[in-house]
Ligand binder design. Structure first.
Ligand code: CMX
Ligand code: CO
Length: 140
C-alpha cells in the first residue's frame, strides 16, 4: 500500500531560519512554499531525491497560530519530527482499507496538501505514537 516515504514533517518556530539550515547543511533546495490555512501552517517542501514511485521531501512547518496542530506540538514537545508522510496511489482507497483494520482516522476524507496533493492523517495513538499522513501526489 505504501509506495515510498513522501516526506518527513518537521515542526519549527522559524521557517526561514530552518530553510537556511537545511540548505546550507544538506544542500537541499526549496521547491514549494505555501500557507495552508486549513492545516494552520506556513510550510516549505525541500526536495531530497526522486525514486521510481515519486519524489521525497523534507517538509518544514511553522504554525500560523499557537492553537493549531503544529503550534500545540511545539508548545508540548518543542522542535522536531512532527509526522511521516507516505506516498499512496489512491488516498481514498487507502483510508478505507486502513479504517477497516480498526485504526482511527483523523481525516475521513482527503484534504488539500502541499503541491496539490490529496492528504489524510491517521491518529498517532493507533500508530504507535507516530502521526502518519497518506499522500496522493497531484497528477500533472
Ligand atoms: N505525533 C505524535 N503524537 C502526537 C502528535 C504528533 N505530531 N501531536 C499530538 N500528539 C499526541 C499528544 O502528545 C497527545 O498525547 P497524550 O494524550 O498522551 O498527551 C495526544 O496526541 C493529543 O494531543 P493534543 O496536543 O491534545 O492535540 P490534539 O488532540 O488537539 O491534536 C492531532 C492531535 C494529532 C489529532 C492533531 O495534531 C491533528 O489533527 N494533526 C493532523 C493535522 C496536522 O498535523 N497538520 C499539520 C501538517 C500539515 C501537512 O503535513 O501538510
Ligand atoms: Co505533511
Amino acid at each position: 500500500m505504501l509506495l515510498r516515504i513522501d516526506h518527513v514533517g518537521i515542526a519549527c518556530h522559524n521557517l526561514e531560519e530552518k530553510i537556511e539550515f537545511y540548505e546550507s547543511t544538506f544542500g537541499l533546495t526549496v521547491v514549494s512554499r505555501e500557507v495552508n490555512e486549513e492545516q494552520g501552517v506556513k510550510e516549505a517542501m525541500l526536495h531530497v531525491t526522486d525514486g521510481p514511485s515519486g519524489a521525497s521531501y523534507v517538509q518544514l512547518l511553522e504554525p500560523l497560530h499557537p492553537d493549531t496542530a503544529v503550534g500545540k506540538f511545539l508548545a508540548k514537545r518543542g522542535e522536531g519530527v512532527h509526522h511521516i508522510g507516505y506516498g499512496v496511489a489512491d488516498v481514498t482507497q487507502a483510508l478505507q482499507d486502513i479504517a477497516a483494520k480498526g485504526i482511527k482516522l483523523i481525516d475521513e476524507r482527503p484534504r488539500h496538501g502541499s503541491m496539490g496533493a490529496s492528504i489524510a492523517f491517521l491518529h498517532p495513538k493507533d500508530v504507535g505514537g507516530v502521526l502518519t499522513e497518506l499522500v496522493e501526489t497531484a497528477r500533472l
